[in-house]
Design a protein around this ligand. Structure first.
Ligand code: AHR
Length: 497
């Protein structure tokens, strides 16, 4: 099969905000205990953080990490997680029916984030709590000193403020599973008043209003419209969350899900801009896609987990090769919307629906989805470019006109590099893509990295990694045209300079 693309330096979408390569650590399952924190582990540092985990997180160059939830935050008392560890209470963690020992809390997380060169993105509890707890937490984290909460932070051993910039106003407050779920009116009112108080404490913070928990919610996009009526003035971003799964084992249909993600983003942009017009506002609300991934493999096994255990193995999806292809396309979708998607978090980072897996007390490995995330995060920096593409298409159960070629293009002016990320969704055929690179005269192909596998269900396990990238020598440049040879069912990065 053959496809065409035209790329030009002047077809700019926007400067890419590195924060779109963010991730998420929820106080859930083995993300924290046995994941980032395990004092008895042979690689643990003096604070109990696993250094093998830190190394892989740093390799991904994750710029921002959301914490502490997720569903968990909606019944969380942040005060439980600060101060001397021996006096922190053990609690029933209601969102995931686990035991929360609170050995790790806000300060530990902020310190860990710093160590992995990431900024922390905090969520406040708007389920069981509200304005007071949120404004106290901002004071505790960000105020320099001389007040009750900021001095308490110092007493707890953290002299300097954490200076946390981004704050989520609750989590998935439209979801019936959420503790303290709200109607759009209730949420809109509470979120705007909470935002007002938090900003009074620290005017430099950036705030994220809760959007729908997914495009499939019955209240989407009315939820966005009604909540923004209240939060528009206070929020800088609205959140989007979306997970996909291949429950019917229909790979062609599964790989097309990034079209749904694209549609979701477009609808949220339209709703934000409708509200902008309605309010005669000069301000534009941007998008924070702060939970996205594949999530379904672990659903059944999670039902069997013993309740109220500490750090149970929850949401431990073992990702297949085909999952990595969809993750690659989801990253392409974020890049194509760089003008409005200014933050995004792959959910999550370690052990819980994660690119990085560990054995408690043991080793560490990279899941299949690690690779598209790694390459896009490391090389997808600079300016996102439009690419005019003409690809053969297919129809699947839920989608029509699905292009076999899914692509995004980044121009890194600083490094003088042009990077193409491309997925070939075809299960049977290689795709020959003729790319007109007219304004990149003299550029040569630095490398063509390919992730391919004959088995869509191939997985990586500790000590047995079946899904790994390799470089290809098949693609070439001739006369300002790149011929990209994309194997069937493959994720690709072509780097030119
Ligand atoms: O990331 C797992 C869960 O998915 C989060 O806790 C919640 O926000 C979403 O439903």
């Amino acid at each position: 099969k053959k496809a065409k693309m035209v790329i030009d330096k002047s077809y700019k979408i926007a400067e890419i905000n590195p924060r779109i390569y963010g991730s998420f650590i929820e106080q859930l399952g083995r993300a924290v205990y046995g994941g980032i924190y395990e004092p008895a582990h042979h690689t643990a540092d003096e604070y109990g953080f696993r250094q093998d985990v830190m190394e892989l997180v740093k390799e991904l160059q994750v710029p921002i990490i959301r914490y502490p939830g997720g569903n968990m935050v909606s019944a969380y008392n942040w005060e439980d997680g600060v101060g001397p560890k021996e006096s922190r209470p053990k609690r029933l963690e209601l969102a995931w029916s686990s035991l929360e020992t609170n050995e790790v809390g806000t300060n530990e997380f902020a310190a860990w984030a710093k160590k992995v060169n990431a900024e922390a993105m905090m969520a406040v509890n708007l389920g069981t709590r509200g304005i007071d707890a949120a404004r106290n937490l901002v004071e505790y984290c960000n105020h320099p000193g001389g007040t009750y909460w900021s001095d308490l932070r110092k007493e707890h051993g953290f002299h300097d403020p954490h200076k946390i910039k981004v704050w989520c106003l609750g989590n998935e407050m439209d979801g019936p599973w959420q503790i303290g779920m709200k109607t759009a009116y209730e949420y809109g009112r509470l979120a705007s008043e909470t935002a007002k108080a938090m900003r009074l404490v620290d005017p430099s913070i950036e705030l994220v209003s809760c959007g729908s928990s997914g495009s499939g919610m019955a209240t989407f996009p009315e939820w966005e419209a009604e909540t923004l009526e209240h939060t528009y003035e206070y929020a800088d971003y609205i959140s989007l969350h979306q997970y996909y799964g291949n429950r019917d084992n229909d790979t062609a249909n599964f790989l097309a899900n990034s079209l749904d993600m694209d549609n979701f983003i477009k609808t949220v942009i339209s709703t934000c801009d409708y509200m902008k017009a309605k309010k005669r506002s000069k301000k534009t609300i941007n998008l924070s896609f702060d939970e996205w991934n594949v999530w379904f493999h672990s659903n059944d096994q999670d039902k069997k987990v013993e309740p109220w255990s500490k750090a149970p193995p929850l949401l431990e999806d073992i990702y297949t090769f085909e999952d990595a292809l969809l993750v690659g396309s989801m990253l392409n979708t974020l890049l194509k919307h760089s003008d409005r998607v200014k933050m995004a978090c792959m959910a999550q980072l370690v052990n819980v629906i994660a690119p990085i897996m560990t054995e408690t007390g043991g080793g560490i490995w990279k899941q299949s989805i690690f690779y598209p995330y790694y390459y896009t995060s490391v090389y997808g920096r600079g300016t996102a470019l439009h690419s005019i593409a003409d690809s053969p298409k297919y129809d699947s159960k839920d989608f029509t006109d699905v292009p076999y070629l899914d692509q995004s293009v980044v121009f890194n002016e600083e490094k003088d590099e042009l990077v193409i990320f491309a997925v070939n969704r075809s299960l049977e055929n290689q795709l020959l893509v003729d790319v007109d690179i007219r304004s990149f005269e003299g550029y040569e192909l630095i490398e063509h990295v390919v992730l391919e596998n004959d088995n869509p269900k191939a997985v990586n396990l500790l000590g047995n990694e079946q899904v790994k990238p390799h470089t290809s020598q098949e693609s070439y440049i001739d006369n300002s045209h790149l011929t990209a040879v994309l194997p069937k069912m493959s994720w690709n990065m072509l780097r030119l300079g």
